[in-house]
Design a protein around this ligand. Sequence first.
Ligand SMILES: Nc1ncnc2c1ncn2[C@@H]1O[C@H](COP(=O)(O)OP(=O)(O)OP(=O)(O)O)[C@@H](O)[C@H]1O
Ligand SMILES: [Mg+2]
Length: 139
Amino acid sequence: MFKQILAGFDGSESSKRAFQAALHLAAESSGAVVVLTVVRAPEAAELEGEVDAALRETNGALAKAIGWAKQQAQQAGVSCTFRKQIGHPAELITRVAGEGKFDLIVIGRRGHSPVKHWLVGSTTDRIVDHAPCAVLIVH
Ligand SMILES: Nc1ncnc2c1ncn2[C@@H]1O[C@H](COP(=O)(O)OP(=O)(O)OP(=O)(O)O)[C@@H](O)[C@H]1O
Ligand SMILES: [Mg+2]
């Protein structure tokens, strides 16, 4: 049922748990996972037309998290593609999900925000409102 899975990945612990759930579901359905990380272009890069360079460079913690995810995918034997795009996280995740004919979006309940633990994050909130497909929120 859920074969084409889009996982929103910001490197947070919650998004790591979501990614593991995505791998599990894909393994069961012989499906595939696309891992999407949305980044903001530094203003200088946008002004100077160096957005491609900004996309290539990934800061330490995020690079480490993506490395971990690649290893997990390999161990699970699941087909997994990693994408990094510039934009607004919720807007881009819902758009990519619609364009790519995904069956399921998998995201964490929270991301990097240290406060408001009793609320779901704003990215998750917006994705639930606008998603073109089913959404799995992993705690
Ligand atoms: N930049 C991003 N790229 C990809 N996925 C993301 C991104 N930001 C958030 N997500 C996804 O959304 C989930 C929830 O994160 P969210 O941003 O809603 O919470 P938060 O960071 O704690 O709160 P807020 O951003 O509202 O301050 C994450 O676990 C991740 O799956
Ligand atoms: Mg966030």
